[in-house]
Write a protein that binds this ligand. Structure first.
Ligand SMILES: Cc1cc2nc3c(=O)[nH]c(=O)nc-3n(C[C@H](O)[C@H](O)[C@H](O)COP(=O)(O)OP(=O)(O)OC[C@H]3O[C@@H](n4cnc5c(N)ncnc54)[C@H](O)[C@@H]3O)c2cc1C
Length: 246
Protein backbone atom coordinates (compact mmCIF):
# COMPACT_ATOMS: atom_id res chain seq x y z
CA UNK A 1 0.00 0.00 0.00
CA UNK A 2 1.51 3.31 -1.07
CA UNK A 3 0.19 5.67 1.54
CA UNK A 4 -1.33 5.45 5.01
CA UNK A 5 -3.25 8.26 6.61
CA UNK A 6 -4.88 8.52 10.04
CA UNK A 7 -8.13 10.12 8.84
CA UNK A 8 -9.41 10.21 5.27
CA UNK A 9 -12.19 12.70 4.56
CA UNK A 10 -14.14 11.93 1.39
CA UNK A 11 -15.57 15.15 -0.03
CA UNK A 12 -14.40 18.78 0.09
CA UNK A 13 -17.75 20.49 0.66
CA UNK A 14 -18.49 22.66 3.71
CA UNK A 15 -18.80 19.62 5.96
CA UNK A 16 -15.49 18.01 4.92
CA UNK A 17 -13.64 21.33 5.05
CA UNK A 18 -15.10 22.10 8.45
CA UNK A 19 -13.84 18.80 9.83
CA UNK A 20 -10.46 19.38 8.16
CA UNK A 21 -10.16 22.73 10.00
CA UNK A 22 -10.39 20.92 13.35
CA UNK A 23 -7.99 18.14 12.34
CA UNK A 24 -5.54 20.68 11.03
CA UNK A 25 -5.86 22.75 14.23
CA UNK A 26 -5.30 19.63 16.37
CA UNK A 27 -2.37 18.45 14.27
CA UNK A 28 -4.04 15.16 13.28
CA UNK A 29 -2.69 13.47 10.15
CA UNK A 30 -5.45 13.59 7.54
CA UNK A 31 -6.17 13.77 3.83
CA UNK A 32 -9.23 15.32 2.21
CA UNK A 33 -10.39 14.17 -1.22
CA UNK A 34 -12.41 15.84 -3.98
CA UNK A 35 -12.55 19.16 -5.80
CA UNK A 36 -13.23 21.88 -3.20
CA UNK A 37 -16.85 23.15 -3.09
CA UNK A 38 -17.74 21.47 -6.37
CA UNK A 39 -21.42 21.16 -5.44
CA UNK A 40 -21.46 24.93 -5.00
CA UNK A 41 -20.02 25.62 -8.41
CA UNK A 42 -21.78 25.03 -11.67
CA UNK A 43 -24.34 22.31 -11.25
CA UNK A 44 -26.53 23.30 -8.35
CA UNK A 45 -26.16 26.94 -7.33
CA UNK A 46 -27.11 29.87 -9.48
CA UNK A 47 -24.98 32.86 -8.67
CA UNK A 48 -27.97 35.20 -8.77
CA UNK A 49 -29.78 33.33 -6.01
CA UNK A 50 -29.32 34.31 -2.40
CA UNK A 51 -28.38 31.65 0.09
CA UNK A 52 -31.23 30.62 2.31
CA UNK A 53 -29.30 30.75 5.54
CA UNK A 54 -28.38 33.95 7.32
CA UNK A 55 -24.77 34.80 8.19
CA UNK A 56 -25.08 33.21 11.61
CA UNK A 57 -26.37 29.93 10.12
CA UNK A 58 -23.85 29.92 7.29
CA UNK A 59 -20.37 29.78 8.77
CA UNK A 60 -18.86 26.28 8.91
CA UNK A 61 -18.03 24.94 12.37
CA UNK A 62 -14.36 25.60 13.06
CA UNK A 63 -12.04 26.13 16.04
CA UNK A 64 -12.55 29.92 15.92
CA UNK A 65 -16.34 29.91 15.67
CA UNK A 66 -18.38 32.70 14.10
CA UNK A 67 -15.48 35.13 14.41
CA UNK A 68 -13.98 33.70 11.23
CA UNK A 69 -16.95 34.74 9.09
CA UNK A 70 -17.26 38.08 10.87
CA UNK A 71 -13.70 39.04 10.09
CA UNK A 72 -14.05 37.80 6.49
CA UNK A 73 -17.18 39.91 6.01
CA UNK A 74 -15.35 42.91 7.43
CA UNK A 75 -12.28 42.45 5.24
CA UNK A 76 -14.48 42.05 2.15
CA UNK A 77 -16.56 45.07 3.16
CA UNK A 78 -19.79 43.08 3.28
CA UNK A 79 -21.97 44.83 5.79
CA UNK A 80 -24.65 42.64 7.42
CA UNK A 81 -26.74 45.58 8.47
CA UNK A 82 -26.32 47.26 5.10
CA UNK A 83 -27.85 44.29 3.29
CA UNK A 84 -31.59 43.95 3.21
CA UNK A 85 -31.24 40.22 3.61
CA UNK A 86 -28.58 39.10 5.97
CA UNK A 87 -27.07 36.43 3.77
CA UNK A 88 -24.51 35.72 1.04
CA UNK A 89 -24.55 34.87 -2.65
CA UNK A 90 -23.11 31.41 -3.45
CA UNK A 91 -20.01 32.87 -5.14
CA UNK A 92 -19.28 34.89 -1.97
CA UNK A 93 -19.64 31.73 0.09
CA UNK A 94 -17.24 29.89 -2.23
CA UNK A 95 -14.73 32.72 -1.88
CA UNK A 96 -15.15 32.63 1.87
CA UNK A 97 -14.54 28.87 1.87
CA UNK A 98 -11.33 29.22 -0.16
CA UNK A 99 -10.01 31.81 2.30
CA UNK A 100 -11.16 29.50 5.11
CA UNK A 101 -9.17 26.62 3.59
CA UNK A 102 -6.08 28.83 3.22
CA UNK A 103 -6.39 29.96 6.82
CA UNK A 104 -6.37 26.36 8.11
CA UNK A 105 -3.89 25.21 5.46
CA UNK A 106 -6.38 22.69 4.04
CA UNK A 107 -5.13 21.29 0.74
CA UNK A 108 -7.71 19.12 -0.92
CA UNK A 109 -6.46 16.26 -3.06
CA UNK A 110 -8.80 16.66 -6.05
CA UNK A 111 -8.87 12.97 -6.87
CA UNK A 112 -12.10 11.13 -6.08
CA UNK A 113 -12.60 7.94 -4.16
CA UNK A 114 -13.62 5.12 -6.49
CA UNK A 115 -13.88 2.24 -4.04
CA UNK A 116 -13.59 1.68 -0.30
CA UNK A 117 -13.11 -1.65 1.43
CA UNK A 118 -12.91 -2.44 5.09
CA UNK A 119 -9.90 -4.61 5.95
CA UNK A 120 -10.49 -5.12 9.66
CA UNK A 121 -7.49 -2.85 10.23
CA UNK A 122 -8.79 0.29 8.66
CA UNK A 123 -9.74 0.85 5.03
CA UNK A 124 -8.22 0.21 1.63
CA UNK A 125 -9.07 3.04 -0.73
CA UNK A 126 -8.97 3.00 -4.54
CA UNK A 127 -8.74 6.44 -6.09
CA UNK A 128 -10.10 7.38 -9.50
CA UNK A 129 -6.61 7.67 -11.05
CA UNK A 130 -5.94 4.01 -10.22
CA UNK A 131 -3.74 4.66 -7.18
CA UNK A 132 -4.35 3.16 -3.77
CA UNK A 133 -4.04 4.29 -0.17
CA UNK A 134 -4.85 3.06 3.31
CA UNK A 135 -6.76 4.96 6.00
CA UNK A 136 -7.12 4.09 9.66
CA UNK A 137 -10.37 6.09 9.85
CA UNK A 138 -12.72 7.38 7.17
CA UNK A 139 -15.29 10.20 7.25
CA UNK A 140 -17.83 10.19 4.45
CA UNK A 141 -18.67 13.81 3.63
CA UNK A 142 -20.12 13.37 0.16
CA UNK A 143 -23.22 15.52 0.67
CA UNK A 144 -26.74 14.90 -0.52
CA UNK A 145 -26.40 15.64 -4.21
CA UNK A 146 -27.04 11.99 -5.08
CA UNK A 147 -30.29 11.98 -3.15
CA UNK A 148 -32.75 13.98 -5.20
CA UNK A 149 -36.28 13.27 -4.07
CA UNK A 150 -38.51 12.34 -7.02
CA UNK A 151 -42.09 11.12 -7.01
CA UNK A 152 -42.35 7.38 -7.64
CA UNK A 153 -42.32 7.72 -11.40
CA UNK A 154 -40.73 5.27 -13.76
CA UNK A 155 -37.09 6.07 -14.43
CA UNK A 156 -37.78 6.85 -18.08
CA UNK A 157 -39.87 9.84 -16.96
CA UNK A 158 -37.29 11.04 -14.46
CA UNK A 159 -34.53 10.85 -17.11
CA UNK A 160 -36.68 12.56 -19.77
CA UNK A 161 -35.12 15.86 -20.97
CA UNK A 162 -38.43 17.59 -20.23
CA UNK A 163 -38.15 16.75 -16.52
CA UNK A 164 -35.74 18.49 -14.16
CA UNK A 165 -35.20 18.43 -10.42
CA UNK A 166 -35.22 21.88 -8.80
CA UNK A 167 -31.67 21.42 -7.50
CA UNK A 168 -30.45 21.28 -11.13
CA UNK A 169 -32.50 24.16 -12.44
CA UNK A 170 -29.81 26.61 -13.47
CA UNK A 171 -30.88 28.21 -16.71
CA UNK A 172 -34.37 29.66 -17.00
CA UNK A 173 -33.64 30.31 -20.70
CA UNK A 174 -33.96 26.57 -21.43
CA UNK A 175 -37.59 26.74 -20.31
CA UNK A 176 -38.54 29.97 -22.03
CA UNK A 177 -42.05 30.04 -23.50
CA UNK A 178 -42.86 26.54 -22.19
CA UNK A 179 -45.87 25.24 -20.36
CA UNK A 180 -44.54 23.91 -17.07
CA UNK A 181 -45.90 21.87 -14.20
CA UNK A 182 -44.04 22.38 -10.92
CA UNK A 183 -44.59 19.44 -8.59
CA UNK A 184 -44.26 20.10 -4.87
CA UNK A 185 -45.21 22.78 -2.41
CA UNK A 186 -41.97 23.59 -0.61
CA UNK A 187 -39.43 26.37 -0.72
CA UNK A 188 -37.63 24.96 -3.77
CA UNK A 189 -40.80 24.84 -5.86
CA UNK A 190 -41.77 28.40 -4.87
CA UNK A 191 -38.28 29.53 -5.84
CA UNK A 192 -38.42 27.60 -9.12
CA UNK A 193 -41.68 29.34 -10.00
CA UNK A 194 -40.20 32.69 -9.15
CA UNK A 195 -37.18 31.97 -11.31
CA UNK A 196 -39.06 30.50 -14.28
CA UNK A 197 -41.82 33.07 -14.02
CA UNK A 198 -39.54 35.66 -15.60
CA UNK A 199 -39.19 33.67 -18.80
CA UNK A 200 -42.59 34.14 -20.38
CA UNK A 201 -43.95 30.77 -19.31
CA UNK A 202 -47.26 29.33 -18.34
CA UNK A 203 -46.73 27.64 -14.99
CA UNK A 204 -49.02 25.43 -12.95
CA UNK A 205 -48.16 24.14 -9.54
CA UNK A 206 -49.24 20.86 -7.99
CA UNK A 207 -49.41 20.86 -4.19
CA UNK A 208 -50.71 18.12 -1.92
CA UNK A 209 -51.21 20.24 1.17
CA UNK A 210 -53.16 23.44 1.80
CA UNK A 211 -50.41 25.84 0.91
CA UNK A 212 -46.76 26.42 0.32
CA UNK A 213 -44.33 25.50 3.05
CA UNK A 214 -41.99 28.44 2.87
CA UNK A 215 -39.23 28.43 5.42
CA UNK A 216 -39.31 31.85 7.01
CA UNK A 217 -37.46 30.66 10.11
CA UNK A 218 -34.53 32.97 9.85
CA UNK A 219 -35.48 35.63 7.37
CA UNK A 220 -36.64 39.00 8.56
CA UNK A 221 -39.43 40.50 6.47
CA UNK A 222 -37.50 43.32 4.93
CA UNK A 223 -38.96 45.30 2.04
CA UNK A 224 -36.83 43.40 -0.43
CA UNK A 225 -38.07 40.14 1.04
CA UNK A 226 -41.68 41.26 0.79
CA UNK A 227 -41.22 42.29 -2.82
CA UNK A 228 -39.69 38.93 -3.64
CA UNK A 229 -42.60 37.13 -2.01
CA UNK A 230 -45.12 39.24 -3.92
CA UNK A 231 -43.30 38.38 -7.12
CA UNK A 232 -43.61 34.69 -6.25
CA UNK A 233 -47.31 35.09 -5.56
CA UNK A 234 -47.87 36.85 -8.84
CA UNK A 235 -45.96 34.16 -10.67
CA UNK A 236 -48.82 31.69 -10.46
CA UNK A 237 -51.97 33.64 -11.12
CA UNK A 238 -53.93 30.49 -11.95
CA UNK A 239 -53.76 28.96 -8.50
CA UNK A 240 -56.66 29.38 -6.07
CA UNK A 241 -56.61 32.69 -4.25
CA UNK A 242 -56.31 31.14 -0.80
CA UNK A 243 -53.13 29.33 -1.86
CA UNK A 244 -51.68 32.53 -3.19
CA UNK A 245 -52.53 34.36 0.03
CA UNK A 246 -51.01 31.58 2.09
C1 LIG B 1 -30.58 25.43 -4.26
C2 LIG B 1 -29.89 25.13 -2.93
C3 LIG B 1 -29.78 26.15 -1.98
C4 LIG B 1 -29.12 25.92 -0.77
N1 LIG B 1 -28.98 26.93 0.12
C5 LIG B 1 -28.28 26.73 1.26
C6 LIG B 1 -28.05 27.79 2.20
O1 LIG B 1 -28.49 28.92 2.02
N2 LIG B 1 -27.35 27.53 3.32
C7 LIG B 1 -26.86 26.28 3.58
O2 LIG B 1 -26.21 26.11 4.61
N3 LIG B 1 -27.07 25.27 2.74
C8 LIG B 1 -27.76 25.46 1.59
N4 LIG B 1 -27.98 24.42 0.72
C9 LIG B 1 -27.56 23.09 1.14
C10 LIG B 1 -26.06 22.94 0.99
O3 LIG B 1 -25.74 22.85 -0.37
C11 LIG B 1 -25.67 21.68 1.69
O4 LIG B 1 -26.20 21.67 2.98
C12 LIG B 1 -24.14 21.62 1.81
O5 LIG B 1 -23.55 21.72 0.54
C13 LIG B 1 -23.78 20.32 2.47
O6 LIG B 1 -22.38 20.30 2.61
P1 LIG B 1 -21.62 18.94 2.49
O7 LIG B 1 -20.17 19.22 2.68
O8 LIG B 1 -22.25 17.93 3.39
O9 LIG B 1 -21.92 18.41 1.01
P2 LIG B 1 -21.53 19.00 -0.45
O10 LIG B 1 -21.45 20.48 -0.45
O11 LIG B 1 -22.48 18.33 -1.41
O12 LIG B 1 -20.07 18.44 -0.66
C14 LIG B 1 -19.82 17.08 -0.86
C15 LIG B 1 -18.61 16.97 -1.77
O13 LIG B 1 -18.20 15.62 -1.85
C16 LIG B 1 -17.77 15.38 -3.17
N5 LIG B 1 -17.78 13.93 -3.44
C17 LIG B 1 -18.85 13.12 -3.67
N6 LIG B 1 -18.43 11.87 -3.91
C18 LIG B 1 -17.07 11.88 -3.83
C19 LIG B 1 -16.05 10.90 -4.01
N7 LIG B 1 -16.34 9.62 -4.31
N8 LIG B 1 -14.76 11.27 -3.89
C20 LIG B 1 -14.44 12.55 -3.59
N9 LIG B 1 -15.34 13.53 -3.41
C21 LIG B 1 -16.66 13.20 -3.53
C22 LIG B 1 -18.75 16.15 -4.04
O14 LIG B 1 -18.23 16.37 -5.33
C23 LIG B 1 -18.90 17.43 -3.21
O15 LIG B 1 -17.98 18.43 -3.58
C24 LIG B 1 -28.62 24.62 -0.49
C25 LIG B 1 -28.74 23.60 -1.45
C26 LIG B 1 -29.36 23.85 -2.67
C27 LIG B 1 -29.45 22.73 -3.69
Amino acid sequence: MNDTVEVLIIGSGPYGLSLASYLSFLGVDYKILGEPMSFWKSRHMRDDMLMRSTFSHTYPANPQGFEILESWLKSNEIDGNGREINTLYPNEFRNFMSDFSRQYDIRSDTRRLARLSCTGQGFDCDLDDGSKMHANNVVVAVGLSGMENHPSWEKKYIDHPGVIHSSRLLDAGDWKGKRILVVGGGQSSAEAIHYLGNADNHIDMLIRKDGILYNSMHVAFSNERKQRLFKIINSFPHSPLEYRRD
